[in-house]
Design a protein around this ligand. Structure first.
Ligand code: ADP
Ligand code: MG
Length: 247
């Protein structure tokens, strides 16, 4: 069952066509890795799925509800209902520096989901435990390493109990020795069959964790397939060239 269907999505910034008829779908419980050169439109694609960007054409359907259909967006309340089921993790963490870890985690559940203090505390503790940071609940982000900040950002996204998690290069702002701890958390989510779309430069991680790889170049999905198909027998010359440079 497709949980997300993207049909002929188009996006331009002024005269720059950044997404050109992008189509793909994501099945429930599937882990998709999106790879491709810098500037190919990966972030714009991901941001469009959660309505951080508005597309100029095409359709995005999430769990049988249209976020946008043939370029026409649904009502604000429907958009909110759809995007609230998706959790997003950014390259640069985007934690609030003036709030503790626990307060960062509690913000959206308290104000958007109207959860009680007790619920928020309980869920927060469980998720901090899951990402291995239970002892950091009362610490400010400034006192955490990059890897710890990113694990907090993942826990924060999970607080909303999303059906789909989206990651935009979650490790590319980290020193190499800190990427492993973040990838381990994502891998654990994959083992729990969380539906995920992960934009990444980490080819070996993509190969290991993804059910399917989407290769994007120049605003298009050039090809998609299993890790074995993409890495060992790519159909398109552009994919081959990219992988030769990237691996
Ligand atoms: P990727 O994530 O694959 O590196 P992006 O989606 O960030 O690619 O960017 C694709 C293209 O869109 C790039 O040429 C980038 O400069 C351009 N772009 C992205 N965001 C904006 C924006 N807000 N305004 C203008 N151009 C943008
Ligand atoms: Mg990007």
């Amino acid at each position: 069952m497709a949980i997300i269907e993207v049909m002929q999505m188009k996006k331009s910034f002024g005269s720059l066509d950044v997404l050109k008829d992008v189509s793909f779908d994501i099945q429930k419980n599937e882990v998709i890795a999106v790879i491709g050169p810098s500037g190919s439109g990966k972030s714009t694609m991901l941001r469009s799925l959660v309505h951080l960007e508005e597309v100029n054409g095409g359709s995005i359907k999430v769990q049988d509800q249209y976020l946008v259909k043939d370029g026409a967006y649904s009502s604000q309340s429907q958009i909110k209902a759809i995007t609230s089921r998706m959790g997003m993790v950014f390259q640069h963490f985007n934690l609030f520096p003036h709030l503790t870890v626990q307060e960062n985690l509690g913000l959206a559940p308290k104000y958007v989901k109207k959860q009680t203090k007790e619920e928020v505390r309980k869920n927060g503790a469980a998720l901090l435990q899951k990402v291995g940071l239970l002892d950091k609940a009362d610490v400010y982000p400034g006192n955490l390493s990059g890897g710890q900040k990113q694990r907090v950002a993942i826990a924060r996204a999970l607080m909303m109990n999303p059906d789909i998690m989206l990651f935009d290069e979650p490790t590319s702002a980290l020193d190499p020795e800190l990427t492993g701890e973040v990838l381990a958390v994502i891998k654990q989510l994959a083992e729990e069959h969380m539906t995920m779309v992960i934009v990444t430069h980490e080819m070996s991680f993509a190969k290991e964790v993804a059910d399917r790889i989407i290769f994007m170049d120049n605003g298009q999905v050039v090809e998609s397939g299993t890790p074995d198909q993409i890495f060992n027998q790519p159909k398109m010359e552009r994919t081959r060239e990219f992988l030769n440079r990237a691996t």
